[in-house]
Design a protein around this ligand. Structure first.
Ligand SMILES: *[C@@H]1O[C@H](CO)[C@@H](O)[C@H](O)[C@H]1NC(C)=O
Ligand SMILES: *[C@@H]1O[C@H](CO)[C@@H](O)[C@H](O)[C@H]1NC(C)=O
Ligand SMILES: *[C@@H]1O[C@H](CO)[C@@H](O)[C@H](O)[C@H]1NC(C)=O
Ligand SMILES: *[C@@H]1O[C@H](CO)[C@@H](O)[C@H](O)[C@H]1NC(C)=O
Ligand SMILES: *[C@@H]1O[C@H](CO)[C@@H](O)[C@H](O)[C@H]1NC(C)=O
Ligand SMILES: *[C@@H]1O[C@H](CO)[C@@H](O)[C@H](O)[C@H]1NC(C)=O
Ligand SMILES: *[C@@H]1O[C@H](CO)[C@@H](O)[C@H](O)[C@H]1NC(C)=O
Length: 630
C-alpha cells in the first residue's frame, strides 16, 4: 500500500461506516427514531447519470465494417464522402475482416483469388481521400466475423464521443450527418430532452416487430421520430455510455457462458441458426434487460437516410437489393431538422406496443390521473411492495406481461428500484412524496413519526380512497402472490359484500359503492393509521399478520360494526411453502398462488421454479417477450 493510500484509510473507513449507518437507519430502524423529521432524512435521489458534457468536445467517428465486397465498399465510401459535414471534423475508421482460412488441399486457385481480392480492397481504401478528418484502417489477420467486427469497433473514451456504424453494403444520404448532429444536439446535449434510457439512433427505415414473428411494423403518418427498443444495424448511431455498459455486460455473460436467449423473439431464432456469427441477439438481450430505447425516423414513402443494398454475404445468401429509398435534398418535402421535444415522442417495446415511461406519481392529482389511464373495466390492482424483494417484484411483472394485465400500479419503499420501474414504463407511486401533500394535521402528526409501517398503511388507504373517489373497484394485493390467468380478478369479484378480505393471503377487494365511499374518509384513514401507530411500541412482538394493512383495516372496520366478507382463498388459491414442497397444479383448478411474506427469496424462487412460475432471468428481466393483440 502506498503512503498516500494509507493516509486516506481512516477517512475511507469513516465514510463507509456512515454510509452503513445511513442505510440501516433508513430501513427498519426508522421505527425507533420517531422524533426525526423529514428534512433530516438522507436524500435518496441519487443522481442517475452525473454527466458533464459539452458540445465543444463533441466528436463523431464513422465506423465502416468491411469484408470482401469491393463493389459494396466502394458504393458505401462514395456515399459517405458525398455527405455534408459542415465545418465538423469527422473521422473515418475502416475495419476490414480477413477471409476465412482456405483448405489448401482444394488447390491454390481460390487462395490466390482471395489474396488478390484483399489486395484490391486495401488498395482501394488506401486510395480513398477523406478530407473531413483522419482516415484509419484496421486490417485483420484472421477472420473474426460480424460479431467481433461490431463489438471491437469501438470503446468510447468520453461521454462526448459518438460512433456511427455502417456495414459495407449500406449507402447513406448526403444529409445523414447534419441530421445526426442535430439529433445529438437536441436529444443528448439539451438536458431537457436527455434521457439515460436512449442508446442511440437508427437511420434505417423501421421494418419489423421481433416479438411478433418479425411482422411488418405499422406506423401512422404523423410520427416523424419515435423510440423503439430494437437496434437497427443499417446505419446505427451509438451513444457512448450505453455502449460501454453493453460491452461490459457482454463480457460478463460471455465469460460465464450465459447465452442471449430471449424467448418469443424472432432474433433468438437467428441466434440458434447463426450463433456467434451475429451480434444483434446479444445487444437485444442487453437492451431488454436494461429497458433501453433507440431513436428511429419515419419519413414515409419508404424513405430513409441510410439504406441497405442487402448484398450477398453473412446476412443475405443472395443479393436482395435496396430495402428503402434514400432521402436526399431533392425528395425532401418537410423540415428534416425540426425535432420535437422528447416528451412528445412515443416509445415502443419489442412488441411495438406503446410504453409510457416516467409515470412516477407524486401527488393525489397525479394518482387520480394515472389510475384513470390504467383502469380496465373500472378496476385497478394496487400492488403493495413493502417487504417484497426486487426479484419477486420482477417475476410478478413478467407474469403480468404474459397475462396482459396492465391495470395495476406499484407502491413501495425502495425508491431507486421503483424509479427504475417507472423509467421502464410501469406506473409507480412515490409514497413519501405523495403523502407529503396530506394536509390533515392529525395525519401529519402520525406521519411525522416516519415509521415505514405508517407510510405503508397510509399509501394503501389513500390509494383505495382515490380509486373510490373515481368510482373504481380496487384489489389491494401484495407482491407475494401471482395470478394464474388474466381474468382472475374479474372472475373473483362476484362477492356479495362491498369489502372482502381473503383469509390466508393479503388480498383485499373494495367495491366502489355509496357505502364504501361513505366509510373511506380521512377520519377512517386516520383511525387505521392510529391503530397501526398504537401497535408500533410493541412492533417486534407483532406477528407479520398484524403488521399489515388488511389486518388493521379489518380490525378497524369491525370495531365500527361494518360487515366484511371473509373469503376462503385456499379453495381457489394455492399456498406454497416449506410444508407444501411437493404441490403441483395437476388436477387442481387454481386461480392464484401465494406464499408467506416470511418465506425467504431462495425458497420462494425454487418453489416457483418447480411450478414453472419463475420466469426471471438474472433478477431484472423476463425470460420471454410476450406480445398480445393491441
Ligand atoms: C426539522 O429539523 C430541522 C433541522 O434539524 C429543524 O430546523 C426543523 O425545525 C425541524 N422541523 C420540524 C417540523 O421538527
Ligand atoms: C462541467 O464542466 C464545465 C467546464 O469544464 C465546468 O465549468 C462546470 O463546473 C462542470 N460542471 C460540473 C457539474 O462538474
Ligand atoms: C473537454 O475535454 C477536455 C479534455 O478531455 C477537458 O479537459 C475539458 O474539461 C472538456 N471540456 C468540457 C467543457 O467538458
Ligand atoms: C474443396 O472443398 C470443399 C469444401 O470444403 C469440398 O466439398 C470439396 O470436396 C473440396 N474439393 C477438393 C478437390 O478437394
Ligand atoms: C432544449 O429543448 C427544449 C425542448 O425541446 C427547447 O424548448 C429549448 O429551446 C432547447 N434548448 C436549446 C438551447 O436548444
Ligand atoms: C416430494 O417429492 C420427492 C420426489 O418426488 C419425494 O422424494 C418426497 O418424499 C416428497 N415429499 C413429500 C413430503 O411428499
Ligand atoms: C439476484 O439477486 C440476488 C439477491 O437480490 C443476488 O444475490 C444475486 O447475485 C442476483 N443475481 C444476479 C444474476 O444478478
Amino acid at each position: 500500500m502506498t503512503p498516500s493510500k494509507r493516509r486516506f484509510l481512516p477517512l475511507l473507513l469513516l465514510f463507509s461506516l456512515s454510509a452503513l449507518f445511513i442505510l440501516s437507519y433508513h430501513s427498519s430502524f426508522n421505527l425507533f427514531f420517531a422524533s426525526h423529521n423529514d428534512t433530516q432524512l438522507p436524500n435518496f435521489n441519487i443522481p442517475q447519470n452525473p454527466r458533464n458534457t459539452s458540445l465543444s468536445n463533441f466528436t463523431l467517428t464513422i465506423k465502416v465494417l468491411a469484408f470482401d465486397r469491393l463493389h459494396s465498399l466502394t458504393r458505401c465510401l462514395r456515399s459517405l464522402a458525398n455527405a455534408d459535414y459542415g465545418n465538423d471534423r469527422v473521422n473515418l475508421h475502416v475495419y476490414i475482416d480477413h477471409f476465412k482460412e482456405i483448405d489448401l488441399g482444394n488447390g491454390s486457385l481460390i487462395l490466390d483469388q482471395k489474396l488478390e481480392e484483399s489486395r484490391r480492397i486495401l488498395d482501394f481504401v488506401d486510395g480513398v481521400l477523406w478530407k473531413f478528418g483522419d482516415k484509419f484502417v484496421h486490417y485483420r489477420t484472421g477472420n473474426v466475423g460480424l460479431q467481433a467486427q461490431w463489438l471491437e469497433a469501438w470503446w468510447p473514451s468520453s461521454d462526448d464521443e459518438f460512433a456511427f456504424v455502417v456495414e459495407d453494403d449500406l449507402e447513406v444520404s448526403p444529409l445523414f450527418y447534419k441530421f445526426l448532429r442535430t439529433l445529438i444536439v437536441h436529444y443528448y446535449y439539451n438536458s431537457s430532452n436527455f434521457n439515460p434510457s436512449i442508446y442511440g439512433a437508427s437511420l434505417q427505415r423501421p421494418r419489423f416487430v421481433p416479438g411478433k414473428h418479425g411482422n411488418k411494423l405499422q406506423l401512422d403518418s404523423e410520427t416523424r421520430l419515435f423510440l423503439y427498443q430494437l437496434v437497427g444495424t443499417w446505419g446505427q448511431l451509438l451513444f457512448p455510455r450505453p455502449w460501454k455498459e453493453f460491452r461490459l455486460w457482454y463480457n460478463t455473460h460471455k465469460a460465464k457462458g450465459i447465452k442471449p436467449i430471449l424467448h418469443g423473439m424472432v432474433t433468438t431464432g437467428w441466434y440458434k441458426r447463426m450463433g456467434e456469427r451475429i451480434w444483434t441477439p446479444w445487444f437485444i438481450k442487453f437492451i431488454h434487460s436494461h429497458g433501453y430505447f433507440n431513436i428511429y425516423t419515419n419519413f414515409q414513402k419508404e424513405r430513409a437516410l441510410s439504406v441497405s443494398n442487402r448484398d450477398a454475404g453473412v446476412n443475405y445468401g443472395k443479393t436482395a437489393g435496396p430495402d428503402s429509398q434514400l432521402l436526399d435534398e431533392r425528395s425532401l418535402d418537410f423540415n428534416l431538422y425540426d425535432m420535437q421535444p422528447l416528451s412528445n415522442l412515443k416509445w415502443y417495446d419489442f412488441c411495438f406496443r406503446e410504453v409510457l415511461p416516467g409515470r412516477l406519481v407524486k401527488s393525489f392529482d397525479e394518482l387520480a390521473h394515472v389510475l384513470h389511464s390504467v383502469q380496465k373495466s373500472k378496476t385497478i390492482i394496487l400492488v403493495n411492495l413493502f417487504g417484497v424483494s426486487q426479484p419477486i417484484t420482477m417475476n410478478m411483472l413478467c407474469h403480468f406481461e404474459r397475462l396482459d394485465i396492465q391495470n395495476f400500479i406499484f407502491m413501495g419503499p425502495e425508491m431507486d428500484f421503483l424509479r427504475d420501474l417507472a423509467r421502464r414504463g410501469h406506473p409507480v407511486i412515490d409514497s413519501k412524496k405523495m403523502l407529503k401533500s396530506i394536509t390533515d394535521s392529525k395525519l401529519k402528526g402520525l406521519q411525522r413519526s416516519q415509521a415505514e409501517l405508517i407510510q405503508e398503511i397510509l399509501v394503501q388507504a389513500y390509494a383505495i380512497k382515490t380509486c373510490l373517489d373515481s368510482g373504481y373497484d380496487s384489489w389491494m394485493i401484495d407482491g407475494n402472490m401471482l395470478p394464474l390467468s388474466s381474468n382472475v380478478f374479474s372472475d373473483m369479484n362476484d362477492f356479495s359484500f362491498d369489502i372482502s378480505a381473503m383469509e390466508n393471503s393479503k388480498i383485499l377487494f373494495v367495491r366502489s359503492s355509496s357505502t364504501t365511499a361513505k366509510i373511506w374518509g380521512d377520519k377512517f384513514i386516520y383511525e387505521i393509521a392510529a391503530t397501526a401507530a398504537s401497535l408500533l411500541g410493541s412492533y417486534n412482538s407483532l406477528s407479520r399478520d398484524q403488521r399489515q394493512f388488511k389486518y388493521l383495516m379489518v380490525k378497524t372496520l369491525e370495531e365500527k360494526g361494518v360487515r366484511i366478507q371473509k373469503v376462503d382463498d385456499l379453495s381457489f388459491g394455492l399456498k406454497i411453502g416449506a410444508d407444501h414442497a411437493n404441490q403441483t397444479f395437476v388436477g387442481v383448478e387454481k386461480k392464484l398462488i401465494f406464499w408467506s411474506s416470511e418465506m425467504n427469496l431462495d425458497l420462494t424462487q425454487s418453489s416457483l421454479g418447480k411450478l414453472g412460475m419463475w420466469v426471471v432471468d438474472g433478477n431484472n428481466s423476463c425470460t420471454s417477450v410476450v406480445c398480445h393483440q393491441s
